[in-house]
Design a binder for this molecule. Sequence first.
Ligand SMILES: Cc1ncc(COP(=O)(O)O)c(C=O)c1O
Length: 431
Amino acid sequence: MNKIAAVQANSKLANSKLAKSKKASQEVSARDLTATSLRAQLAPQAVIANDAGPRPERALQFLAQEKPATPCLVVDLDVVERKYAALQAALPQAEIFYAVKANPAPQILGRLAAAGSSFDTASSGEIRSALETGAAPDRISFGNTIKKPADIAWAHGIGVNLFAFDAIEELRKIAAHAPGASVYCRILVEAEGALWPLNRKFGCVPEMATELLIEARELGLVPVGVSFHVGSQQLDPSQWDRAIAAAKSVFDGCAKAGVTLNMIDLGGGFPAEYAPGVAGIEAYGAAISDAITRSFGQTWPRLIIEPGRYMVADAGVIEAEVLLVSRKSSSEERRWVYLDIGRFGGLAETEGEAIRYRVEALDTVATATGPVILAGPTCDSADILYDKANYRLPLDLKAGDRVRLHSTGAYTTTYSAINFNGFDPLKAYFI
Ligand SMILES: Cc1ncc(COP(=O)(O)O)c(C=O)c1O
């Protein structure tokens, strides 16, 4: 019998609340949902059924038939392609630049290139991976605001012409090593409602962005626009509102100095379905379209989006093995469950228990569950996946049982350490 265990007791009550709030969430428009209410909906709160989240069927079939050694990730490429199509339909005016960092497997990049995607890259390595799909350099942006001069020169030399920056020093680097290139400035925005915020490290305030874009022209570059990222796994579609208004203020400031901008890069942030209650991608498309119209009227700038997580997370499932179930004392109710995958094997986004994967126990028969602390196999005590999140797993779970971690197609393989404690990097299959 299979059971997906997500967390906390009082499950009947929580389940009925969850069902009611899910129905209610379909009835109110996404813009009415505050980040707080969304977060409350998404807080793990019940033992949920097998069909409670996306199930990449072909990947599950592969696991059942091939029984590959664990731990491993299986990604269903058809799901990736369907996600691309759904996002394109939700926001048809935007050009999709897939954020390669989410999962740079050539199989994924190839599928997306064939579907028409362009690519947002963070390094020369990612640019090479994008080029290997046959994508022309004009379908690649160098979106990292922190670049090596040699990488800027190399990228420009092979035809990449779109570069991000958020500081004068970076702008001067681009002017020196990619003369005449098109540049866009990343602005700081709020990331309320994001489970994996990206707001502090990148971007500058809109006033500084205006000055820098004007300076870009003086440096012989072509200032084209503004970018931002409202935070990854952004649960509140209305978060793009303020960011788009801030971008418009930069457009206006530049226009006063005779610099015409024509592009907004709306970043990533579109969510995976780690838990029920996530607004559909159509709600994101509608909220963003409304916000653009409010700021720009009928004359929209060129729009770029850089989805990573949305595109690949739900397409992937990790199968792992239970190595040990133990208690620290005979009076303690909570069991420690150690898996053959942990923080260093690809599950880095469990840091702070921010991203909470659905965990399914495969080989148990008990229907009753009890509280667990989930941990990885390495000798590092930071290698604990979930302690505070109140996960529950079947009471008869034992060493040797297999578990599945769902929606794990994004930000897993590339985070897995090469040989920490002698463990191999996470093996992945793309079908
Ligand atoms: C510049 C940039 N664009 C896009 C993304 C992808 O974001 P997400 O996975 O939330 O869609 C990231 C994530 O780190 C990013 O840094």
